[in-house]
Ligand binder design. Structure first.
Ligand code: PMV
Length: 325
């Protein structure tokens, strides 16, 4: 049976940086995110006895690192279904990968849903989220709809994501500014494994439970100012940990720094917007609906911006009947 799934990327407002179990990908702290309407992965999977090996076609070509993890993930789901049949997997991601825009989140969420569908596993949303998490932690947050919380949990079964508010709860925009298409030098998994080398990490962990409560409240109240101030300082806090790890992780480029400063300047001049960013140079800028055109036009004026992607809150992973092969 051929099954196709579509899954969005997501942006973490309260971030995951550090694992308490490396292989199960249990995070040190919970996180809060939003699924993104303009950035997705489409994956078609077919298990068939005629396939002698697993074939994975990612954006028309093979990418080793992602590829190995994708094969391992396929194997995990195959074991659950107690089958040994090989699969053909074709995947397209419609935004740049390896640049800090969480392509592994949409990728592993789509792969999880498509594979489990193709093997007729009939899993609940929670079970899908638990499996997606083991492919890439943040992928568990691309399964449910809208605004999402990932519970840190202390076992695999209680570390999953669920929707806290639906996608139409808050009319806000995430405008992604692609500063460059260069792929990050240090992959997220590798960078994250050194988190305890930062003397600030324990200090960060102390405040995470409280931050999650505050973040959920700002979303519940649709309080954009409190929300924005919280998420921008949270992004900087995570980067402070990265910068003080050993070896230090500097994901920012000149363009990133200029844009972070511009966002703060625009804010002083009454264009209320806030940035957040992950393991890469590219930036997410949150803005209210009424001001998004003004923000986009300012970004268009900047020569160093490569591409602008407009996102609203979106649904999570879904099945589709538009197969890729
Ligand atoms: O899910 P991973 O292994 O790609 O890690 C994601 C880490 C951050 O993007 C930096 C933060 C997050 O919560 O998305």
């Amino acid at each position: 049976m051929k099954i196709t799934a579509v899954a969005p990327s997501n942006i973490a407002f309260i971030k995951y940086w550090g694992k308490k179990d490396q292989s199960l990908r249990l995070p040190e702290n919970g996180s809060i995110s939003m699924c993104l309407s303009g950035m997705k992965t489409i994956t078609t999977v077919e298990f068939d006895k005629s396939y002698k090996i697993d074939q994975i076609i990612y954006n028309q070509h093979l990418e080793d690192n992602t590829l190995n993890r994708a094969v391992a993930h396929l194997e995990k789901i195959r074991n659950l279904a107690r089958v040994t049949t090989h699969a053909k997997v074709q995947t397209i991601t419609d935004f740049p990968s390896g640049t800090g825009l969480s392509s592994s989140a949409s990728g592993f969420a789509a792969l999880t849903l498509a594979c489990s569908g193709a093997l007729d596993l009939r899993l609940s949303e929670r079970e899908l989220s638990i499996i997606a998490r083991q492919g890439s932690g943040s992928a568990c947050r691309s399964i449910p709809d809208g605004f999402v919380e990932w519970l840190d949990g202390n076992t695999s079964q209680n570390s999953y994501a669920y929707s806290i508010f639906p996608s139409d709860y808050w009319d806000i925009y995430d405008i992604v500014a692609v500063v460059s298409l260069d792929r990050k030098e240090v992959p997220t998994t590798e960078g994250m494994s050194q988190v305890r080398k930062s003397k600030f990490f324990e200090k960060r962990l102390e405040g995470m439970k409280n931050k999650i409560i505050r973040c959920k409240k700002t979303i519940k109240d649709r309080d954009f100012t409190q929300f924005g101030e919280l998420i921008e300082s949270e992004a900087l806090e995570m980067h402070a940990v990265m910068l003080t790890q050993s070896p230090p992780l500097i994901y920012w480029t000149t363009g990133t720094l200029i844009l972070m400063r511009l966002v703060q300047m625009w804010r002083q001049n009454n264009l209320e917007c806030y940035f957040t960013l992950n393991t890469g140079q590219n930036i997410h800028i949150m803005v209210k609906s009424a001001e998004k055109d003004q923000l986009i036009s300012k970004l268009h004026d900047l020569e160093f911006i490569n591409r602008i992607i407009v996102n609203q809150p979106s649904w999570g992973a879904r099945l589709s009947d538009k197969h890729l092969f």
